[in-house]
Ligand binder design. Structure first.
Ligand SMILES: [Zn+2]
Length: 265
């Protein structure tokens, strides 16, 4: 069962170095719970390198807990059917949560979607999108069109929207990263996606800090989790990855961005 999965892998974008500290500040202003949680070991590393840089790297990027209402602008299509189809999948996160993505015709849309072929699937993370110049995309859906399979809409559009909502990759949870064999993973992603060792280390082998905000059980079937084959895992057990928003994802988004009670505004 060593057939590599050839579907493009999402590589979320990070902001350029020079705006990392400012963007961490934005994140904490929008939701104070984004403040980085420093474990003693991390604090020691911080003392040796730049503490500010470390803090910037550790801040999470969630929106305010009151809810997330974001405008969406499409940079390269006027096709109403296509725009609506993408929006429907983005709003799949709304069930029971105060999350709304609406078409915005003005320039002020926080989310800007491009479909640049060959540029892959990506989004910036949560409040980081506020630091992207207004004429540039915050999300890329590669070659998505009306001909794209509905399953891909579920798997990819919903996943990238999860990043826009501030959700990092679930396979970066310490419990999963600890199971991955680094050399095998580096070889696998080099062959599969043409990634350098550095990219694989950043995207797959560097665990997230476990903060109070993400204190949920690790979920190998989350929409935010990559599929990882058993032969790159130390225990030989594949990580199934998510094909759609699952119950635990819904539970998480509802807790983070709870819907208002009926009748209140
Ligand atoms: Zn992703």
């Amino acid at each position: 069962m060593n057939t590599p999965d050839r579907t493009p892998v999402c590589s979320p974008k990070s902001l350029p170095e020079e705006v990392r500290i400012e963007s961490a500040r934005t994140a904490v202003e929008i939701n104070p719970a984004n403040r980085p949680y420093l474990r003693p070991a991390a604090a020691m590393i911080g003392a040796q390198s730049s503490t500010k840089e470390l803090i910037a790297a550790l801040a999470t990027k969630y929106w305010r807990s009151g809810g997330v209402h974001l405008g969406v602008r499409f940079l390269d299509t006027e096709d109403t059917a296509l725009r609506n189809r993408i929006l429907v999948h983005m709003n799949a996160w709304s069930s029971g949560a105060n999350v709304k993505f609406g078409l915005s015709l003005g320039r002020e849309a926080e989310v800007r979607i491009a479909r640049t072929p060959g540029d892959g699937y990506w989004s910036y993370l949560g409040t980081d999108i506020l630091h992207i110049p207004i004429d540039q995309p915050t999300m890329n859906l590669d070659s998505f069109s009306m001909d794209t399979d509905e399953r891909e809409y579920r798997r990819v559009v919903r996943h990238e929207t999860g990043h826009t909502l501030g959700f990092p990759h679930e396979h970066l949870r310490r419990e999963i990263v600890g199971r991955i064999h680094p050399d095998k993973a580096i070889r696998y992603f080099r062959d599969r996606s043409g990634w350098s060792e550095k990219t694989t280390r950043a995207q797959v082998l560097t665990p997230l800090e476990e903060t109070a905000l993400v204190a949920t059980p690790t979920d190998t079937q989350s929409i935010m989790c990559y599929q990882l084959p058993g032969y790159i895992m130390r225990d030989g057990r594949a990580v199934p990855g998510g094909l759609d928003i699952n119950d635990q994802d819904h539970h998480f988004v509802r807790n983070l961005y709870p819907a208002r009670l009926v009748g209140s505004q």
